[in-house]
Design a protein around this ligand. Structure first.
Ligand code: SF4
Length: 199
């Protein structure tokens, strides 16, 4: 029987993921907003918003898998736009702590508004496909984190409150979150969560 042409399924999946990454990046460029933010500047603003206080510049570099000079340039640009402010760490004057200004918090709220194009595409998935994609995506992220190919993110699979397959099937909600003490299914797996604590 003749083979289906093209790369094998793993190669097709990687190309598909790259295409999705392109779509997300394109939306980020289109969503520069009133301050003309680059995607990296927008990532810094939303990352800072998820933190309870100012963070070291080095943490931004690690969290966004970027480089020190690139993040330093982006932080300088954000300071010029009055979206972030830098203060010296009281414990070590050589360290710069970066936090959002009031306009930075307003901009973070704008950036958190979901893109209609992307959300519309995701909303068109069936509940089963959405759950399967979340399960596959979190498994891939976890594997890449184990290989230090990407930074560890605040997701269920690395959270101390996560208990996978704690409840017998067929409940449809096999996992358990000890933070809220509730069962949940694959479709509710978090890729980023404000209450995450490293496991
Ligand atoms: S606290 Fe958040 S990341 Fe942790 S298990 Fe619960 S939902 Fe998942």
């Amino acid at each position: 029987m003749p083979e289906v042409p093209g790369l094998p399924p793993s190669g097709q999946l990687l190309i598909g993921l790259a295409r999705l990454g392109q779509a997300v990046r394109m939306q980020a460029w289109r969503n520069g907003g009133p301050h003309g933010l680059s995607p990296l500047q927008a990532d810094i603003v939303t990352m800072l918003q998820a933190r309870p206080g100012a963070v070291r510049q080095g943490e931004i570099v690690a969290d966004l898998a970027s480089t020190a000079p690139t993040v330093s340039d982006a932080v300088k640009a954000l300071r010029k736009k009055d979206l972030v402010e830098g203060t010296r760490d009281p414990g070590d004057a050589r360290v710069l702590l970066v936090g959002l200004t009031e306009s930075g918090r307003a901009e973070a709220a704008r950036l958190n508004e979901p893109s209609e194009v992307l959300t519309g595409a995701v909303d068109a998935l069936s509940p089963e496909d959405l759950a399967a994609m979340l399960r596959g995506t979190t498994a891939l992220i976890r594997r890449l984190q184990d290989h230090r190919a990407i930074p560890v993110s605040r997701m269920c699979l690395t959270c101390r409150f996560f208990v996978p397959h704690a409840h017998p099937e067929p409940t449809g909600r096999p996992h358990h979150c000890n933070f809220v003490d509730a069962p949940f299914g694959d479709a509710e797996l978090r890729v980023t969560c404000p209450d995450h604590e490293p496991g």
